[in-house]
Design a protein around this ligand. Structure first.
Ligand code: NDP
Ligand code: MG
Length: 395
């Protein structure tokens, strides 16, 4: 197999796991040339990724860092770019396979550059879909891009979706996050460090906080709906603390197919990279006897209101899911910066959506018909969330 690749967000948690998979497959004799890589601002980590992957092009999001980036990457035989256009160039360059692993709506434009040239797009970044779902899916179809879900739940569904037209329901599993057994009072005083200490997965800070509020599962509900074309009422969420069953597909004959594995993102990443084949990857093997039991419980709607907010946004329509995701990005940032408390994350999102419904009702009622319209909704939701989270100066 020869497959040229690009990695958007190479310095993050998914980016690093992707490097490990590529190195392991290269060691098996597979030819995986790297076209482009990107980072936001961490030049040391970007230089390290370039040493390991030997890409042709490296882009940094922060345009003010161009000369520093050139200095940091000197001698590595890599062309360097900076700013939004360089990120888009990274997606547009001719790699057959593109890992979309930038966090947040910032990943949308570079990922769309890959979609528009009909690439195989491995989608870790769920905010792209939540932000611009219907338009994103339409564009992928129009340009014959292949979307390969990397989020472990969606990758699980993708692996067992043998008869899409015979599906009755989907069940997304959730670990329950670090506060699964905490009281609301304990959660009220939770610190960023506690919220980022996920019991099962080692991930970036934003998705870790999303897992602690269960907004991550809410975003995944929306992601699953847009990706696989099922309405919200056909998608259930169940808390499964062992994170062994990654999701389930229920068929019309009563059969339920699930994908199981140890919680290691290298499994979905390697599946997406080698699809429709599979490759030997040295992830820990599942030992069912050692695990001894798999448990399940319903998510608690009182302690975790984010799931309800996400479901109602999905029922409301594409503009509401754009606004939900944008407001959540601002609220999570405010929590990580110590400006709001943990329970205020969901409150901020809820209030931002109510504010938009009141002040700019037309904005949420209309399905965005272009990426510019999506951006307008995204920006309005960010402004509302900043006002509510007490950072109006940045609004
Ligand atoms: P990280 O925070 O670890 O990494 C984010 C990456 O995006 C880094 O390369 C970072 O660069 C870059 N980045 C951050 N902000 C910007 C920006 N404004 N413009 C351009 N690049 C930016 O995140 P994760 O790897 O954990 O997650 C990435 C995506 O994958 C998220 O959407 C997440 O929801 C999804 N995902 C992650 C999983 C996981 O296990 N980690 C599982 C399932 C989905 P720099 O390092 O320079 O800051
Ligand atoms: Mg997931």
């Amino acid at each position: 197999m020869t497959r040229s690749v690009s990695i958007l967000g190479v310095t993050g948690s998914i980016g690093q796991s992707t490097i490990q998979v590529i190195e392991e497959l290269r060691a098996q004799g597979r030819d995986i040339p790297v076209e482009a890589v990107t980072a936001a601002s961490r030049l040391d980590a970007l230089a390290e990724a370039c040493r390991r992957l030997k890409p042709k092009f490296a882009a940094i999001a922060d345009a003010s860092l161009l000369s520093e980036a050139k200095a940091a990457l000197a001698g590595l035989n890599v062309e360097v770019g900076a700013g939004a256009s360089a990120l888009e160039e990274a997606g547009a360059r001719p790699a057959e396979w593109v890992m979309s692993a930038i966090v947040g709506a910032a990943g949308l434009a570079p990922t769309m550059a890959a979609v528009r040239r009909g690439a195989h797009v491995a989608l870790a970044n769920k905010e792209c879909l939540v932000c611009a779902g219907p338009l994103f899916i339409e564009a992928a179809q129009a340009h014959e891009a292949t979307l390969l879900p990397v989020d472990s739940e969606h990758n699980a569904i993708f692996q067992v979706l043998t008869h899409p037209e015979r599906v009755e329901r989907l069940t997304l599993t959730a670990s329950g996050g670090p506060f699964r057994t905490w009281t609301r009072e304990q959660m009220a005083a939770a610190t960023p460090a506690q919220a980022c200490a996920h019991p099962m997965w080692n991930m970036g800070r934003k998705i870790s906080v999303d897992s602690a509020t269960l907004m991550n599962k809410g975003l995944e509900l929306i992601e699953a709906s847009y990706l696989f074309g099922f309405p919200s009422k056909s998608i259930d969420v169940i808390v499964h603390p062992q994170s062994t069953i990654h999701s389930l597909v229920h068929y019309v004959d009563g059969s339920v197919l699930a994908q199981l594995g140890t919680p290691d993102m290298r499994i979905p990443i390697s599946y997406a990279l080698t699809w429709p084949d599979r490759a030997a990857v040295s992830t820990a093997r599942l030992d069912l006897a050692k695990l001894s039991q798999l448990t399940f419980e319903a998510p608690d709607p009182t302690r975790f209101p984010a799931l309800r907010l996400a479901r109602s946004a999905l029922d409301r329509g594409a503009a509401a899911t754009t606004a939900l995701s944008a407001a959540n990005e601002i609220a999570v940032e405010a929590f990580l910066d110590g400006r709001i408390r943990f329970l205020d994350i969901s409150n901020t999102v809820e209030e931002a959506l109510s504010h938009l419904e009141g002040a700019e009702a037309g904005l949420l009622a209309k399905m965005p018909s272009s990426f510019d319209e999506v951006k307008a909704v995204d920006q309005a939701a960010r402004r509302a969330a900043r006002l509510i989270a007490g950072n109006p100066a940045a609004a």
